[in-house]
Design a protein around this ligand. Structure first.
Ligand SMILES: C[S@@+](CC[C@H](N)C(=O)[O-])C[C@H]1O[C@@H](n2cnc3c(N)ncnc32)[C@H](O)[C@@H]1O
Length: 286
């Protein structure tokens, strides 16, 4: 079955107006961060960030299906010795707009640049905020299971009597555990901390996702044939991954050069070459 991928140039606030309500199963994106990259595409002041974002997220809310998810990769910077609060303000504003703030995943950047600051350590994580339209949403937890590793083996060697029978937690939470249940299992559910290395070096976009990041969320929140949207698509990573995973995808970027870069990734290269040759009358390799 063939899947559709489309890259559209424009401001996502405007472009999305031409899409019907409830069109997408997942929105996964990394927007311009406040005050970053003012020379190219960013430059929204931290104080105006929420105001800038809300008309766009209003469209996201409209085009997302009721059981869909919106994953927002973002991180506030530090200035004058403290962190900005615009991401926290954005979370509150999005809740008021009608989103559920379902969870927060941490992207641990395994290979972040070393450095030294007088008042903090190097920043090696970003937020991936998970918003939904309702409390019931699609989540394929089995699709992102991880190998148990040797945790179970080590832990099971020293089982206490509380580990082998289900018992009520002593803190009265009503939850119990039976670690012996894990004895035969080879796979476990992951945590909400994702350890991926950045891949900026080979990408021509200064803030590109590592492929593993959108891949994890696409597997978790969509099925084959579902629709994925990245409204700030940049170099096209998320759409490229969605295509590879047999999902339909739409990417939007305000800059023509990024749209070109993204199209290069998702277009059928052979077909594009044949079309170019037909256009210019070239019939063989020169
Ligand atoms: C952080 S980058 C995204 C990088 C992307 N995740 C990747 O893997 O390459 C943000 C992108 O948003 C685009 N952008 C900024 N304002 C926009 C707007 N109003 N509508 C659509 N795209 C916009 C920028 O041109 C930039 O490419």
């Amino acid at each position: 079955m063939s899947h559709k991928t489309e890259i559209i140039q424009g401001d996502c606030a405007e472009v999305l107006k031409s899409f019907a309500d409830n069109s997408f199963d997942l929105i996964v994106t990394s927007p311009p961060y406040a005050d970053r990259r003012a020379q190219t595409y960013g430059g929204v002041k931290p104080e105006q960030y929420v105001e800038w974002f809300l008309p766009r997220s209003e469209q996201f809310l409209r085009v997302l299906k009721p059981a869909g998810s919106f994953v927002l990769n973002i991180k506030e910077k530090a200035e004058n010795g403290e962190r900005h609060t615009y991401v926290l303000e954005l979370i509150l504003a999005l809740r008021k707009q009608g989103w559920y703030w379902t969870d927060e995943y941490i992207w641990h950047k395994k290979n972040s640049y070393p450095g030294k600051w007088p008042n903090r350590f190097r920043d090696s994580w970003e937020r991936c905020l998970h918003f939904t339209k309702s409390r019931k949403f699609k989540m394929n937890q089995e699709a992102v299971m991880v190998p148990m590793g040797d945790w179970a083996e080590t832990r099971l060697k020293s089982l206490g009597k509380n580990d082998v029978v289900r018992y009520d937690s002593q803190v009265g939470s009503g939850f119990g555990k039976n670690i012996a249940n894990w004895a035969e299992r080879t796979m476990a559910y992951p945590t909400n901390v994702l350890h991926f290395a950045t891949e900026c070096g080979n990408k021509n976009h200064s803030a590109a996702f590592p492929k593993a990041l959108p891949e994890w969320f696409i597997k978790l929140f969509t099925d084959e044939g579902d629709w994925v949207l990245d409204p700030f698509v940049g170099s096209g990573t998320s759409v490229e991954v969605a295509k590879k995973l047999a999902r339909n995808a739409v990417g939007i970027d305000v800059l023509a050069e990024y749209c070109e870069m993204a199209r290069d990734k998702v277009e059928d290269k052979q077909l594009a070459l044949l079309q170019k040759r037909a256009k210019y009358g070239v019939t063989h390799e020169s």
